[in-house]
Design a protein around this ligand. Structure first.
Ligand SMILES: [Cu+2]
Length: 98
């Protein structure tokens, strides 16, 4: 019986170690051609902040790009594109995150 408990404990510890790897952070670059003035990135950023799973937003205004770091277990590129589009700024992912 003691061996089974030890084995279970080992499995639980292993799962805890593996766990965070399931939700791997992804970075996607969105091309937002509609960002024409300095106020635009603020709107885009606010829209992306509302998407659950987004952890970091980096606006590259000069390149009209937004780098979004997100948890791929909670959201996806399509949802991010939708969020900026709904805010009035249609965007295209530079490369697929899959
Ligand atoms: Cu603007």
């Amino acid at each position: 019986m003691k061996n089974i408990k030890t084995a279970l404990a080992a499995i639980i510890v292993a799962l805890m170690l593996v766990g965070p790897a399931w939700a791997s952070p992804q970075i996607v670059t969105l091309n937002v051609s509609g960002m024409t003035c300095a106020a635009c990135p603020i709107t885009v950023k606010k829209a992306l902040e509302k998407v659950p799973g987004v952890t970091k937003i980096e606006v590259r205004f000069k390149k009209k790009q937004v780098l979004v770091t997100f948890d791929d277990a909670k959201t996806n590129t399509d949802a991010l594109v939708k969020a900026t589009t709904n805010a009035g700024y249609p965007s295209q992912p530079q490369k697929a995150s899959k």
